[in-house]
Design a protein around this ligand. Sequence first.
Ligand SMILES: NC(=O)CC[C@H](N)C(=O)O
Length: 227
Amino acid sequence: MTVSVIQFGGSNCDRDAVRALEHLGIDAERVWHEDELPEDVTGIMLPGGFSYGDYLRAGSMAAQSPILDDVREAAADGTPVLGVCNGAQVGCESSLTEGAFTTNESARFQCEHVYLRVENAETPWTAAYEEGDVIEIPIAHGEGRFEISEDRYEQLVEEDRILFRYCDADGNVTEEANPNGSRGNVAGIRGDDENVGVLMPHPERATLPDLNGSTDGSGVLRGFETA
Ligand SMILES: NC(=O)CC[C@H](N)C(=O)O
């Protein structure tokens, strides 16, 4: 399997993603968004960065790129698709997942380590963990506050679509542990089907040993093997 990591103008985590995936023994290559997806694509990653300089709203311009039609088609056929940070924003803006990631409550760019509680361990992106596990992963975003209408939020909960919530080191989901004001402390969700997942924290920055002090993110990337 080779994961296609889609590079837009302004992506800046595409190389990191390839490196982290290859460290796990998962073949990966960068694909420029104006090029075709390989016919035999077996996994797609939308990486972090500042596509189109976050113009209008983070991820909104990249979501208009024609390659997103192919990504949506591949996702509907069951190809695993993971969006990380700006990739999560592109995922929401292109309707691969619901809701939106908007300006942090602090109105600042935040770069810090956070704890996440695994809410649903039955998806490829969380299967490496147990429900209730607490993992440590970095965030780096200015527009990471998850927003969605109350009705749709309730439905996400009912349908068990929430993958991760921000929590403290003991797994308590509290207001203090919410770095950006996300509704329900939501840090990551899945799409209509489990093969599509998005999250604001960066698993690829918590995969290589001795890089950031945590390798807890590798389980998320391993989803490409299990999906
Ligand atoms: N690290 C990233 O992917 C940055 C995400 C996004 N452009 C933001 O600042 O919200």
